[in-house]
Design a protein around this ligand. Structure first.
Ligand code: HEM
Length: 395
């Protein structure tokens, strides 16, 4: 076991030097927490992601559904399933989550982003003002949730993401179980309403979706909608936070994107590679597996580090340099293989629109005094808060 703890404050603040050490010295090794097996080189991370028969996604179920939680819809959703069960679910869900849904959303995302941008006054927290409410709005549109519930989304999402093998306290356990019960009941009500009166929205499409005579069950739809709430909120918020922090530290990049907004999509792809928001994903070794000459015992928790793979110089020359012309397509930031992120196109669209909104209004953003605190989580990375100064165009 190495001395590296992926949850220690130093690693959370800047994991990249630690990843480089892992790649150089111990590309497959046990780390803290929980003695899980970190996999850090591009080629090996890709191998883990592309071989679900050796590395099962039930790692998520183990992590998200310890006995004290009871039934957790996220822990039973498609992201935790292996082929062939996953293949069937994904085929059904893809239909309801395609380009038509995106096209429907884009104008509303732009209008929301522009309305909220008026809150970007000096010292305003970019996360609370724009980076969180825009994805929350999008998710509530997709799920058909009442917009008045938006302020609760983050708490719900934080509660579910905060599940650990034993609860932090009896009160925390009670709160998390309560959140799951509330969310499940609410989503169930939405499904009932759409069944009675179908609308032009994603939930109605999920109820209609059929592949080779098979439909989704209500439980499968509920599990999926709750997965969407968490997967769609946290990651997009963090990518926006990491992007604005980068622009605050690199004003020349902000000028370049303002002059040439057509470069924004390349900026997003390179940002995904350079400072990704899903550092890794849990898997379980389905049998003893030898990787890079190291044997991982059956049943072990394996953690392929996509954010480390994305800084591997065997794949990306001069990997610590942010390069708009690299054409990296985000590297492995959205995963790879069977579970490749279903929301990748949606996330790219949301982030592009928010960046366009910000770049049209401000020539520069600057950090406020004080250190940036990063989330304390294994599977997500982003600043908890991001207060900035916003210097208007022509100001
Ligand atoms: C920057 C934003 C995002 C990033 C970096 C990201 C990253 C990922 C990654 C790495 C996976 C693969 C997990 C695995 O292999 O175990 C994944 C899966 C998934 N993501 Fe995203 N995600 C983002 C945004 C979204 C959004 C906006 C949605 C939907 C609203 C979404 C929905 C999903 C779903 C449903 C899956 C499971 C797919 C499957 O199991 O087949 N994601 N995401």
């Amino acid at each position: 076991m190495t001395q590296i703890n992926l949850m220690s404050p130093e690693v959370l603040a800047n994991p990249y030097p630690y990843y480089a050490e892992l790649r150089r010295l111990s590309p497959v090794c046990q780390v803290e927490p929980h003695g899980m097996w970190a996999v850090s080189r591009y080629e090996d991370v890709l191998f883990v992601l592309k071989n679900p028969s050796l590395f099962s996604s039930s790692g998520f179920t183990v992590a998200w559904q310890p006995a004290w939680v009871g039934y957790n819809p996220m822990a039973n959703s498609m992201i935790t399933r292996d082929p062939p069960q996953h293949t069937r679910l994904r085929a059904l869900l893809l239909r309801a989550f395609g380009p038509a849904a995106l096209a429907r959303l884009e104008p509303r995302v732009r209008a929301t982003s522009e309305r909220l941008a008026s809150g970007l006054v000096d010292g305003a927290d970019f996360i609370q003002t724009l980076a969180l409410p825009v994805p929350a709005y999008v998710i509530s549109e997709i799920l058909g949730l009442d917009h008045q519930l938006l302020p609760y989304f983050k708490q719900w999402s934080d509660d579910i993401v905060a599940i650990t093998p034993s609860p932090a306290s009896p009160e925390a356990a009670e709160r998390i179980r309560g959140t799951i019960a509330k969310l499940t009941a609410y989503v169930g009500k939405v499904i009932e309403e759409r069944r009675r009166a179908p609308a032009d929205d994603t939930v109605s499409e999920l109820l209609r979706a059929e592949v080779e005579g098979q439909r989704l069950t209500d439980v499968e739809i509920k599990d999926f909608l709750i997965l969407l709430l968490i997967a769609g909120l946290e990651s997009t918020t963090n990518l926006l936070g990491n992007s604005l922090l980068f622009l605050a530290d690199h004003p020349e990049m902000m000028t370049r994107l303002r002059v040439e907004p057509s470069l924004i999509p390349s900026f997003i792809e390179e940002m995904l590679r350079y400072d990704g928001v899903a550092p890794g994903v849990p898997r379980i070794a389905a049998s003893d597996v030898t990787l890079a000459g190291v044997t991982i015992p059956q049943g072990s928790m394996v953690f392929p580090l996509m954010s480390s793979a994305n800084r591997d110089d065997r794949k990306f020359p001069d990997p610590d340099r942010f390069d708009l012309t690299r054409g990296s397509q985000g590297g492995l930031a959205f995963g790879q293989g069977a579970h490749f992120c279903l929301g990748a196109m949606l996330a790219r669209m949301e982030v592009r629109i928010v960046l366009e909104t910000v770049l049209a209004r401000f020539q520069r953003v600057e950090r406020m005094p004080g250190n940036i605190q990063y989330q304390c989580a294994l599977t997500t990375r982003g600043p908890v808060a991001l207060p900035l100064r916003y210097i208007p165009v022509g100001g």
